[in-house]
Design a binder for this molecule. Structure first.
Ligand SMILES: NC(=O)C1=CN([C@@H]2O[C@H](COP(=O)(O)OP(=O)(O)OC[C@H]3O[C@@H](n4cnc5c(N)ncnc54)[C@H](O)[C@@H]3O)[C@@H](O)[C@H]2O)C=CC1
Ligand SMILES: N[C@@H](CC=O)C(=O)O
Ligand code: NA
Length: 433
């Protein structure tokens, strides 16, 4: 069999590790694929930039477009990131007959449909396991292993940077900025950490997970998004007092809609989750994805979701798969969006809230607070008072209600004279202590 030629676009945190693994494991990869895998070239922005791998100088080029246009390239690995020029380069590669492996969740979540259609038209593969939860095999299980089951919910910690920050706030009392700087130093953060902190990165991953799990097209703009920049030390302390922990979760679930097909709720926001829940034990920059399906029940996938080397592992896994397909003259299953489900607006999503209130400790306060919940049709699960007199705090955990009802309740509480301050509002997953 002739050698297969691989072009790598971008040689940053992930690209450098992809190139390293390709060079170091050439012998094993050839045996696994059934043909030698050769680097056709590595597109970089600057030839003289320092990088974490020694690339043979004759393979480096600043002309990414020229590299993907070569007719001897079988597979293009896109690890530049961002929308353009990545999208144009992937489309050119597919049109030119190459299969593509990418880690680019931002692009897939914004305009996956264009890429999937181009791959289908070209009869080539487009694989992207690294785009969600880095090294963790999660897209392949959803796409293949669970293809015969009915997935009803996918809930994950899919951003390492924010999990690192929340973990340091919980376990070491670290400040937000200090923990973010550490995550950046460790190579977990996106080029612009706003993408991590404000939940854009997790929302892109939620869109990809929802699309695959529910066989529908979900884009990042369909995902309700809240980041962790508003999570305070008070929120973390409230969670601790409830035997729980604050995590940024990406949640995609099917919800029944009266008189219609099930709709998809996709959202990213901080939650309080009991320490007994498997996701609560995910520390530092680790990721985990918790899947519920009708026949299999609950499954959890855990591992490193960020960092050059772990992400490169997922890229190489895809590379071997698409290279095997090239050798066999076939392609894998393409996108499955047959269900075409509607999105459930966030206001109609069923959630629970934990609310901490700074109140005056006097007669009638509890009744007035309870009335505010009742007025909005929200049932209270537990109420606890902490402190006395001027330091009184009421902690209310609601039963399930729509997010709109709960948000309106909090709005009403904020307007009440007897409520001095609403010190913490957080959605809840699972049963709090
Ligand atoms: N770093 C991580 O932990 C993870 C990253 N990803 C995704 O992997 C992709 C790459 O991420 P990183 O390696 O972290 O980014 P990076 O910023 O470290 O690397 C990107 C590289 O592409 C180069 N580049 C930009 N424009 C170029 C062009 N026109 N031609 C050639 N090179 C160009 C940049 O100079 C840079 O070296 C992104 O889509 C990211 O979202 C996915 C999972 C985890
Ligand atoms: N910035 C991301 C990297 C992987 O996608 C993260 O922190 O998880
Ligand atoms: Na993955």
């Amino acid at each position: 069999m002739r050698p297969l030629k691989v072009a790598v676009l971008g040689c940053g945190s992930v690209g450098s590790q992809v190139v390293r693994l390709l060079l170091e494991q050439a012998g094993d990869l050839a045996a696994r694929v059934g043909a030698p895998i050769e680097l056709a070239g590595v597109a970089v922005r600057r030839l003289d930039a320092p990088r974490d791998v020694d690339v043979p100088p004759d393979l480096l080029t600043t002309d990414a477009q020229g590299l993907v246009a070569r007719d001897d390239v079988d597979v293009v690995v896109e690890v530049i990131g961002g929308i353009e020029p990545a999208r144009g380069l992937i489309l050119s590669a597919l049109e030119n007959g190459a299969s593509v492996v990418t880690a680019n969740k931002a692009l897939l979540a914004e305009d996956g449909a264009t890429l999937f259609e181009a791959a289908e038209k070209a009869g080539r593969d487009l694989y992207y396991e690294a785009a969600v939860a880095g090294a963790i095999p999660i897209l392949r299980p959803l796409r293949e292993s669970l293809a015969g089951d009915r997935v009803t919910k996918v809930m994950g910690i899919v951003n390492g940077t924010t999990n690192y920050i929340l973990d340091k706030m919980d376990t070491q009392g670290s400040g937000f900025d200090e923990a973010l700087a550490e995550a950046q130093e460790l190579g977990y953060a996106e080029a612009d950490p706003t993408a991590d902190v404000e939940g854009f990165d997790a929302a892109a991953k939620a869109a990809i997970l929802a699309s695959l799990a529910f066989h529908s097209r979900v884009t990042a703009s369909d995902v309700h998004r809240e980041g962790i920049s508003e999570v305070t030390a008070a929120d973390v302390a409230s969670a601790q007092a409830m035997g729980s922990v604050v995590k940024l979760l990406a949640i995609a679930e099917l919800r029944s809609v009266a008189g219609g097909d099930d709709a998809v709720s996709a959202r990213v926001h901080p939650v309080m989750i009991p320490r007994s829940h498997p996701l609560a034990s995910v520390r530092e920059a680790f990721n985990a994805v918790f899947v519920e399906s009708e026949a299999a029940g609950q499954l959890m996938f855990y591992g490193r979701g960020a960092g050059g080397s772990p992400t490169a592992s997922a890229v190489l896994g895809d590379l071997v798969t698409v290279a095997r397909n090239v050798v066999a003259g076939t392609k894998g299953a393409g996108e499955s969006a047959y269900a075409d489900r509607a999105m459930l607006p966030m206001g109609e999503t069923i959630t629970r809230y934990h609310v901490s209130l700074d109140v005056a400790d006097k007669a009638g306060v509890l009744a007035a607070v309870a009335t505010a919940f009742a007025d909005h049709g929200v049932s209270i699960q537990t109420v606890r008072q902490e402190g006395r007199d001027a330091d009184a705090q009421l902690v209310v955990v609601s039963h399930e209600a729509t997010d709109a009802q709960l948000a309106a309740t909090v709005e009403a509480l904020r307007g009440m004279d007897i409520v001095r301050d609403v010190t913490s509002v957080m959605r809840v997953e699972g049963e709090l202590a």
